[in-house]
Design a protein around this ligand. Structure first.
Ligand code: PHE
Length: 455
């Protein structure tokens, strides 16, 4: 053993800590910001049905696959494949995951920074007596500004870096255990307000009455991308977090709790947002600005809206924080274990590089808007490439690894490490999915979404 492991790796202290951290990674802007606007863009209920199907059929098995790999190897994503399949190309999955972490955190921190700004705007009562058009302008002028969004993005990254700096138990676990329950209570409060708005029915119809004729091939691909993005699956987050889970913990329980919590919060976020979208006559497909325009609208019209607005955006930032620390942890654990950096140095370096990329990303919405890739600015490109390509590709590779290389026998051993047996039906079903269903399905959906094949 080299000196790096002298102090031992970090470890979560108990199940609540594990689930709070894993669910904390899954629950974030993917649920509160991305899910509503993507659902709006792809037509509502039918999109949600497909997304739910992917979450259950592919998401759960993939979360479990990652946890198995992580806990078995007790290493960062790259190191895990190096250890479990020495001398092979499988470790490239780790590299893919690293890229995904860089890309996602870059644009994610920009959006989280918008949230930080909206906390201050709420405190200053900046939304009061503004109509939807004015709130729209307020938002667009802000995100195009060359300085302000960057300032807030940096504040957010410093927060993220600080938590990761203190490690698994004292940094990540301690914080998520407080943040996650508060988040849940707040979203329920917002839901109660939203469904009692006049005209809420149209919004609820939009999410709960699927119209499958609105579904397109890109819609299906985006539903897959959204399922992966929202679950944080396919890029090694659960390999990394799995490596900090004790052997006596049930991985199956974690793999079920996380998607459940994530889905419930996504639906609750939809219920909080769409009634307001319809009640105030905003187009549901109005893109990334959706929550920043609709929610201030609700807040200024509801009793106690001033306080709720502050709470909501605070929680927006906190939910983002529990996800961004998981992204940063993927990079930091790689720098620490593979490049043999001290954790503190690794944290500072990773935070700095990602912050710089995030700055360019923010500028791509204003000053650098003319620089595009396939018609998309950097912000949209990073989002699209990571959720629709890197994460599904990673998920496919991980499922192939578990199904074909790691194999049923080792999976069984890992799942039974906590002392409880695993039923043969569940085990065989799981292996069948990761061996055949997931790789084939992901490939077909991607080829279809990209227009290489047509149904
Ligand atoms: N799942 C997170 C969210 O919903 C985002 C994320 C994606 C986090 C990928 C980690 C990895 O906000």
């Amino acid at each position: 053993m080299s000196k790096e492991r002298k102090t031992g790796r970090g470890e979560f202290s108990n199940r609540f800590g594990v689930i709070a951290a894993a669910a904390g990674s899954a629950i974030g802007l993917g649920n509160i910001w991305r899910f509503p606007y993507i659902t709006g863009e792809y037509g509502g209920g039918a999109f949600i049905c497909v997304y739910l199907f992917f979450t259950v059929a592919l998401g759960i098995p993939l979360v479990l696959s990652e946890l198995v790999i992580g806990r078995k190897a007790k290493k960062n994503t790259f190191g895990a494949f190096k250890k479990l399949a020495p001398g092979s190309f499988w470790k490239l999955i780790g590299i893919l995951g690293l890229f995904a972490a860089f890309f996602i955190l870059a644009f994610y921190s920009v959006v989280a920074g918008w949230g930080v700004n909206y906390v201050f705007a709420s405190v200053n009562d900046a939304f009061v007596s503004k109509n939807p058009g004015q709130l729209n302008d307020l938002f667009l002028n802000f995100i195009k500004d060359p300085y302000c969004p960057i300032l807030f993005q940096v504040i957010f990254m410093v927060l993220t870096g600080t938590i990761v700096f203190f490690g698994i138990k004292n940094g990540i676990e301690k914080n998520v255990k407080i943040i996650m329950p508060v988040l849940f209570v707040l979203i329920i409060a917002l839901d109660i307000r939203a469904v009692t708005l006049p005209g809420a029915k149209d919004g609820l119809n939009f999410i709960f009455n699927p119209d499958f004729s609105k579904l397109t091939a890109q819609g299906v691909m985006s539903a897959l991308g959204q399922a992966f993005f929202s679950l944080s699956v396919g890029m090694g987050i659960f390999i990394t977090y799995g490596s900090y889970i004790k052997d006596n913990e049930s991985l199956v329980k974690v793999s079920l709790s996380v998607p459940l919590a994530d889905t419930v919060i996504a639906i609750l976020a939809g219920v909080a947002i769409f009634p307001a979208v319809f009640a105030f006559g905003i187009a549901p497909g109005s893109g990334p600005g959706l929550v920043f325009i609709t929610l201030p609208n609700i807040f200024q019209q509801m009793p106690g809206g001033y306080i709720f607005s502050i709470f909501f955006f605070l929680l927006f930032v906190l939910a983002a924080l529990t996800s961004s620390i998981s992204l940063l942890e993927v990079v930091v654990s790689f720098f620490d274990e593979e490049l043999k950096m001290k954790r503190s140095v690794a944290t500072i370096l990773a935070t700095s590089i990602i912050t710089l990329l995030g700055m360019v990303c923010s500028l791509s919405l204003g000053l650098l808007n003319d620089y595009t890739f396939f018609g998309k600015n950097l912000f949209d490109s990073l989002d699209w490439v990571s959720s629709n390509l890197l994460m599904p590709a990673g998920g496919m590779a991980i499922s192939i690894f578990i199904g074909w290389k790691f194999g049923k026998f080792k999976v069984k051993n890992e799942l039974e490490k906590n002392g409880s047996g695993i039923s043969t039906v569940i085990l065989s079903g799981f292996i069948f999915i990761v061996k055949y269903v997931a790789p084939v399905a992901i490939l077909i959906i991607a080829l279809n979404g990209l227009g290489f094949i047509k149904f």
